[in-house]
Design a protein around this ligand. Structure first.
Ligand code: MRU
Length: 346
């Protein structure tokens, strides 16, 4: 049974501190937005759907202690909370999507007493949380049809329970196929620089007793050349209307390699990750991370002092490299520009 990454309990957020994995499974209890913002920025919680849920509960925290009935001040505080949390990580659209949904609920209830608006906000955050659990399982079932018994699957980054409430997207597809009794083997890219593949994906797969082999990111080409990979499945942080996909840096490398070796490259993501406001991937904002994550990763200096570093956290895979996009509404085939909209419950 996969872990629960984030939940609301005792008027606060309880979440796994993912920076401590795989050595320690420890939980954080968070009751203010500053601590939450730090947790998001430093990847104590990460993965697009999980960040969205953190943002939704964060909106509750932002006004939880608001006393009185001054609506104008209440809505100002809500707006400040939205902007503050939205700025923590720019690429995963699930964050702004969830915050927008929360603001929508506050707006719909604006004529009610403050205590009631607060109640509605918590209810909405819990609905988003519950929906994620169901959506991931539906997505997993759709995607599992693409995996045959005995398949070798390549993964990049972490896309399992730790990136959602408790199941996963791309890794959820692997879990669903495993639950159907298919025997799979996963090659997990370690995923430089922060090793979400090695630390988190491998941890989750081992917990589920799914056969997994860790590879360095630069080994992916060779294992494909050796015909050891049947398909690659990755997650997404934001998908533009034409299917161009932002995901963890190195995903584009995997897609190019798949094309060269005739290996199907799948993206798995819920509809909340699709940004129909953006025509193509060039419009997706890409987060850049601190140099130290590369030069002093995990407490060891790996490059001379003052080394210049370029560290985008995500890259864009053009839609033509994507064989299918697996969603909770089914497996979507190209042309994505038409088919993503067609299956959307907007
Ligand atoms: O920087 P991270 O760890 O938040 O990046 C996560 C990813 O790139 C995931 O692949 C993506 O969010 C999908 S998670 C279901």
């Amino acid at each position: 049974m996969p872990v629960t990454t984030i939940e609301w309990t005792n008027n606060q957020i309880r979440m796994i501190d993912q920076t401590k994995l795989p050595e320690e499974l420890t939980y954080l209890e968070i009751s203010d937005t500053e601590v939450l913002a730090e947790a998001i920025k430093s990847l104590r919680i990460r993965g697009a759907p999980a960040i969205g849920i953190a943002g939704a509960f964060g909106m509750v925290l932002g006004v939880q202690n608001f006393a009185g009935e001054e609506k104008e001040v209440f809505f100002k505080q809500l707006k400040e909370t939205s902007e503050y949390l939205n700025a923590t990580r720019p690429t995963a659209v699930n964050l702004s999507w969830a915050i927008q949904r929360m603001n929508g609920v506050a707006e719909q209830n604006k004529d009610k007493p403050v205590a009631e608006i607060k109640e509605q906000l918590l209810k909405e955050a819990q609905t988003i949380w519950e929906e994620d659990r169901k959506i991931c399982r539906r997505l997993g079932k759709h995607g599992a049809k693409l995996l045959k018994d005995g398949f070798n699957v390549l993964t990049h980054c972490n896309t399992g329970a730790l990136a959602t409430v408790d199941y996963g997207t791309a890794l959820g597809v692997v879990f669903a196929a495993n639950e159907e009794g298919k025997k799979l083997h996963v090659y997990a890219d370690e995923t430089r620089p922060l090793l979400q593949g090695a630390r988190l994906n491998v941890w989750e797969l081992m917990n589920e007793s799914i056969d997994v082999t860790l590879i360095c990111d630069n080994t992916a080409a060779f294992v494909m050349q050796q015909k050891k990979i049947d398909c690659a499945i990755v997650g997404a942080d934001r998908i533009a209307a034409n299917g161009d996909t932002a995901n963890k840096i190195g995903t584009y490398n995997v897609a190019v390699l798949c094309e060269k070796h005739g290996v199907p490259f799948y993206v798995a993501a819920p509809y909340s990750t699709i940004d129909f406001n953006l025509r193509n991937g060039s419009q997706i904002p890409i987060e850049e991370r601190a140099a130290e994550e590369i030069t002093e990763g995990f407490g060891k200096r790996t490059a001379p002092l003052n080394t210049k570093v370029y560290s985008p956290a995500f890259d864009i895979t053009p839609n033509e490299l994507i064989a299918s996009i697996i969603t909770e509404e089914g497996v979507i085939e190209p042309p994505y520009e038409i088919n993503l909209k067609k299956h959307a419950k907007l």
